[in-house]
Design a protein. Sequence first.
Length: 102
Amino acid sequence: MSDSLSNTERMSAELHEIMHHAQALLEATGGELDEQVKKARQALSESMASAKDRYGEYGYKFLDSVKSTASDTDKLVKDKPYYVIGGTFIVGLLLGWVLSRK
C-alpha cells in the first residue's frame, strides 16, 4: 500500500517538475516574434491549462480513493482479523493450486 502511495507521490512530483519546466519555457520565449514560436507557446499554454485542470481533478480523487480504501481495509482487519486471515489463506491455496497446474 505504501509503495503505491509513494509511486503516486513520485509521479506527482515529476508532473509538477515538467509543468515548472514548461512554464519556464513559456516565459523564456515571451519576447520571440517568430510566428511558429507564438503558435507553439499558445498550444503549450493551452495544454498546460488543460493538464492542470485534469490533473487536479483526477489526481486528488485518486489519492482520496486510495486513502479511503486503506482506511476501510485497516478497519476491516482490526474488526475481524480471523476472517481476513482465513480469506488470505484460502486465496493463497487457490493461487498455489492454479500456479502449480501445468
